[in-house]
Each structure stands twice: as C-alpha cells, then as structure tokens.
Ligand binder design. Structure first.
Ligand SMILES: Nc1ncnc2c1ncn2[C@@H]1O[C@H](COP(=O)(O)OP(=O)(O)O)[C@@H](O)[C@H]1O
Ligand SMILES: [Mg+2]
Ligand SMILES: [Zn+2]
Length: 340
C-alpha cells in the first residue's frame, strides 16, 4: 500500500509542477507582447547562464575574470528585469513559476542540512491519501475530540450491564487502554484489541478514534466490516463476472499487510467453514508480520461472551484469546439516547 501511495503522490507533484510551468509560459507569452524588452532580458540571462555553466565545467572558477563578468552581467539583467516589472506594476516574482508549496517548489522534498527530507506538504498529502484509502468515512466526526463519556451511565448495575463497575468507569478505562495501544503501536509486544458488547455502545466509534490518531501519525489503516472483508477475499480468489480476480489485488494484500486492520461487526457475515479458515489465515499472517513491523488488528463484534465459543471454532477462539486483549463495552444504546 505504501509504495502505491508514494507513486501516486509523486505523480501528483509532477502534475503540479507541470501546471505551474504551463501557467508561466502563458504569462510570459502575454507579458512579452506588452514589454518586449523582458523577452530579450530573459534570453540574455539564459545565454549568460549557459556560458557560465560551460566555463565552470571546463575547469574555470567563479572568480576567474571571464566567469565573474558573466555573473555581473546576469545580475545586471536580473535587476533590470525586476525594475521593468516594478515600473509596469507587476510583482518582482511575476516571472517565477507559482508553486503551491514555496518550501519545496512542489517537489515534495526539502534540503534539511544536506539531507533530502520530506516536506511538510508531502506528509499532509500522505495523510490525505491514507484517509481516503482507510475506508473510514466517519473518522471526521467520530474521534477523541468528539468522544463524550456522558453517554455512559455512571451508576453500576451488574445485572443490567453485565459488568461490576459503572459503564462510565468502564469506558474511561477502555479509553486509557486504547490510548496505550496507540502509543505502543510500533511495539511487537503490544496486543491486538478485541471489542465486544451490544449494539450502540461505541465499539465502532472507539475503533474510529484509534484510526484517526494513527492516520494522523501517517500509519495506514484499513477498515472493513466482516461481510465486506470476506467478499474482498472471495473476489480476489475466485474473481467476479467481468473482472477476473485482479481488481482487488491491493485490497486483498492490505488485509494481510496494512499496519492497522479493523474488522468490524464480526459475526454478522454468513457462517461457513471456509470463512473461519480465512479468518484464521488472516490472524496468523498478521501475527507473524507483527513480529518484525507494526501489523495490528482490531476486531469488533456484537456477539456476547457466551456465544463466542459456539459461533467461532475453537481454533479461531484460541487465536483471539492469545493475540488479543478483550475489552467489554457496556452501557445503553447511544443511538437510542441520541434520538430521545
Ligand atoms: N464515546 C462516544 N462519544 C460520543 N458519541 C458516541 C460515543 N460512542 C458512540 N457514540 C455514538 O453512538 C452511536 C453508536 O455508536 P457505535 O460506535 O456505532 O456503536 P457500536 O459499534 O457499538 O454498535 C453512534 O452514533 C456514535 O456516533
Ligand atoms: Mg458498530
Ligand atoms: Zn512542500
């Protein structure tokens, strides 16, 4: 996924530079008609520049008489150019390409003490692409800035909520755990997260909060509900009418490779032995990837703790117990509270 994104970004910069250059040519054409001397000056600057370059290449130094007089000439022409622009009410950089980013001239890279480093605009682009590719549409609204623990009752009621502490205390603990997950994301020892709990208690919301923090750190995230995930796998493996197999290559690879995979609503997909075998492969592959580079998974499910073992095979469950920290979400259905 990363290679792909970097190529896309590179193309985007090339387009930007071409656009700036084309625009400059347009402007030159127009202004040369009005102020023909500018065209002459630009030609002279260009010619002097070439001559100077040749001298340096032939072994002359910049302080040699011939070379330094060329530099002086260029200086003179440039000053005359600026004066002409000023006299005609143009800004002095009117004949420079207008790049979107003045720091890197839309190359994406800046010279940082002799080392070529990614410009801040490159990072921003990367994040935008990551957002687009993450498949998370809610991340703009559902994040830690809009997190509100007041939706969770602050009275404990074990019978009702199935947990000893109040749902509010519970969600605040979960939040802490999730913040740790984000902070330790790169550590191979950090466990995956398994969210369980009834509908409407904020599992998808929390996954979205984590996704946004990681996306903002430049980490690729892929969000898929379980049915979509299994469809992606099927389409890749067996192809679908008119599109034999290839289309979802990237999506398929990402399921195994992306730094954070969120599988939401596990258990609502139709059950089949093949699907559990797929899930097993995903979990095992990601677990072994994670030993050498961040490859974490969040699973969310509505299925209650007692049904879990019945629903999934023993083998899947042993992976979930082994690779994941289970966080139990509890409380009222927030959607219903919001409607009231
Ligand atoms: N911590 C929270 N703060 C504010 N709103 C929340 C919070 N958690 C959930 N919500 C809202 O409650 C509704 C249900 O949450 P959701 O995450 O979809 O539940 P689940 O995935 O557990 O079914 C959504 O509209 C969501 O925006
Ligand atoms: Mg949900
Ligand atoms: Zn830049």
């Amino acid at each position: 996924m990363n290679e792909n994104i970097h190529n896309l970004i590179k193309t985007e910069y090339e387009k930007k530079r071409k656009l700036a250059y084309d625009k400059l040519l347009e402007k030159k054409k127009k202004i040369y008609n009005v102020i023909p001397e500018l065209a002459e000056l630009e030609d002279k600057i260009h010619a002097a520049g070439l001559a100077y370059g040749k001298l340096i290449l032939s072994g002359k130094k910049s302080w040699d008489t011939e070379a330094s007089s060329l530099l002086l000439d260029m200086e003179k022409y440039k000053n005359r150019k600026i004066q002409l622009l000023k006299d005609n009410n143009y800004s002095q950089d009117y004949l420079e390409p207008e790049y979107e980013c003045k720091k890197c001239n839309d190359t994406g890279f800046v010279n940082d003490g002799g080392i070529m480093a990614k410009c801040h605009c490159y990072r921003q682009k990367l994040i935008n692409y990551l957002y687009d590719q993450s498949n998370l549409s809610l991340v703009k609204f559902e994040n830690f800035d809009t997190f509100n623990e007041n939706y969770y009752p602050d009275a404990a009621d074990e019978k009702k909520y199935g947990i000893k502490v109040s749902p509010r205390e519970n969600i605040l603990k979960i939040k802490e755990r999730c913040l740790d997950f984000i902070n330790n994301f790169d550590s191979p020892g950090e466990k995956n997260l398994f969210f369980s709990g009834p509908t409407g208690v904020g599992k998808t919301f929390m996954a979205s909060c984590i996704a946004r923090e990681l996306l903002n750190k430049g980490k690729p995230v892929l969000y898929q509900t379980a049915p979509v995930l299994f469809t992606t796998i099927n389409e890749y493996k067996y192809g679908f009418p008119g599109n034999e197999g290839f289309a979802n290559d990237t999506a398929y690879r990402n399921i195994f490779e992306v730094e954070l995979l969120i599988i939401d609503d596990l258990g609502i997909e139709p059950t089949s032995a093949a699907r559990y075998a797929e899930l097993l492969t995903i979990l095992d592959t990601r677990h072994s990837n994670n030993l050498t580079r961040p490859c974490k998974t969040i699973i969310a499910t509505n299925i209650g703790p007692k049904q879990l073992y019945d629903y999934y095979t023993e083998r899947v469950m042993s992976r979930i117990t082994g690779y994941f920290d289970r966080l139990i979400f509890a409380g009222e259905d927030i959607r219903a509270i919001k409607r009231r």
